[in-house]
Ligand binder design. Structure first.
Ligand code: UD1
Length: 418
């Protein structure tokens, strides 16, 4: 039986919330624990389904994993299994991040291909060519990507696009390769910096994390470490847009505001008052938002994962906004659902034009992915009457305690079974 949310619009959200660690970091950090024999401990882990799913992948590879609330202990043996369990891996796309560590530790890795999903096709060509530059052979075989290398050697790798996943797999292979790897056009996301911080604590030699060029000098061996996961900037950004859309006042803790610089700047253009603190920020909106244009880009650009929230705000803003998606080709599928809620939106290729309306109107909508689902809930908070948001299992994968936090902020939302 699937759950749905009943969301009744009208409330202005007010209060304080704290975000936990980033989903897009914790899974990669868990995979990085494969690189060192012994027990690596991660704190501030979000309590979402993907964490136990990643535990199952690591257990299948020979690790022992203990999840104790927001702390995860991963004990990695001297000898790992190189082939990830097909069914465990197929369940979530981020599991492909075991490819780099396994190739480095075992000289071989076999991981089920994640395939496309609701936001667009997600190939692995840059992951593969990066490993190949370091001396591995890679192939696609029976629905799996297989990498093989007697030894990995440092190389000069230039990415055609600053892919987050490819940067991570290249980093986690290069830390144990022989010699120096230079990675140009690397992804600069805060989650990459977080991964590098853990790897450096484990004994890796990495320079340039957070810049376009990362230099990795391989070492013979890494040791386990203890680390706290970086705050989830996408969850924090969702709360920021919720405040602006509902003309509310929300203080968000657990996040360095520099990791959300552009989304918060955009909210200022839209008319919000934004205050920042060392580990948090406050967004207050006292009037209807003004229209603002957005284009998604790799960090430090506007995150594609907050694009549904930007569309939600544009749908109720005064004026016309143009939103351009440059990262995932099919991310506008959720615009159909926004139109069902009454948004005046027209899609043209990778642009969507929104003519803002004062309010939206309740109906039934279906979440197609984590962020689209959260965006629909925010839009439903601006609709008259009660909206039924279906397929909320997507939202559960990225937003721990979403309903509880929304209720605490004054939203009228209830979880029921279909
Ligand atoms: C990660 C995030 C996702 C976020 C995205 C961009 C996780 C679990 N997911 O996804 O939430 O939206 O970064 O910030 O961390 N590409 C190729 N070939 C490749 C690799 C990527 O063509 O080998 C393309 C993809 O199809 C996509 C673009 O590059 O169009 C960006 O993908 P990438 O940065 O790799 O995103 P993910 O790591 O999959």
């Amino acid at each position: 039986m699937k759950d749905l949310f009943l969301v009744t619009g009208g409330a202005r959200l007010n209060g304080a919330v704290k975000v936990s660690g980033a989903k897009n970091s914790v899974l990669k950090l868990m995979a990085a624990a494969l690189l060192a024999e012994g027990t690596t401990t991660l704190h501030n882990c979000p309590e979402i389904l993907d964490v136990p799913l990643m535990r199952d992948v690591l257990v299948g590879l020979g690790c022992e994993v203990e999840i104790d609330g927001q702390t995860v202990h991963i004990t990695t043996p001297a000898e790992l299994t190189s082939d990830a369990d097909f069914d465990a891996v197929r369940q979530f796309r981020a599991s492909v991040c075991v490819l780099g560590p396994l190739t480095a530790r075992c000289g071989r890795a076999k991981v089920a291909l994640p395939g496309g999903d609701a936001i667009g096709s997600r190939p692995l060509d840059m992951h593969q060519s990066g490993l190949e530059k370091m001396g591995a052979t890679t192939m696609i075989e029976h629905g799996c990507v297989v990498a093989q290398a007697d030894s990995l050697k440092g190389a000069h790798i230039s990415l055609g696009f600053p892919s987050v996943g490819a940067t991570e797999n290249i980093l986690t292979a290069a830390v144990l390769a022989e010699g120096v790897t230079t990675l140009d056009n690397a992804a600069r996301e805060p989650e990459i910096v977080d991964l590098c911080e853990l790897l450096i604590q484990m004994g890796a030699k990495i320079e340039g994390a957070g810049s376009n060029t990362i230099t990795i000098t391989g070492v013979d061996k890494l040791h386990p470490a203890e680390h706290s996961v970086v705050g989830d900037r996408i969850v924090a950004g969702t709360w920021a847009y919720a405040a602006a859309m509902t003309q509310g006042d929300i203080t968000v803790g657990g996040i360095a505001p520099k990791n959300l610089h552009l989304p918060l700047e955009k909210l200022k253009y839209a008319g919000a008052e934004v205050e920042t603190y060392e580990q948090g920020f406050r967004v207050r909106m006292t009037k209807r938002a003004k229209a603002v244009d957005y284009q998604t880009l790799p960090f430090p650009g506007f995150p594609t994962d907050l694009q549904p929230m930007s569309i939600g705000l544009a749908a109720v803003a005064e004026g016309t906004s143009v939103i351009t998606e440059n990262v995932f080709e099919s991310r506008f599928r959720f615009v159909d659902e926004m139109q069902r809620l009454g948004a005046d939106a027209s899609v043209d290729g990778h642009h969507v034009v929104l003519r803002g309306r004062e309010g939206l109107s309740s109906t039934d909508v279906w979440s197609s992915d984590i962020r689209a689902g959260a965006g629909l809930v925010l839009a439903a908070l601006c609709a008259d009457g009660t909206t039924r948001v279906h397929d909320v299992f997507h939202i559960d994968r990225g937003y721990p305690n979403f309903v509880e936090d929304l209720r605490k902020l004054g939203a009228d939302i209830e979880r029921i079974q279909e």
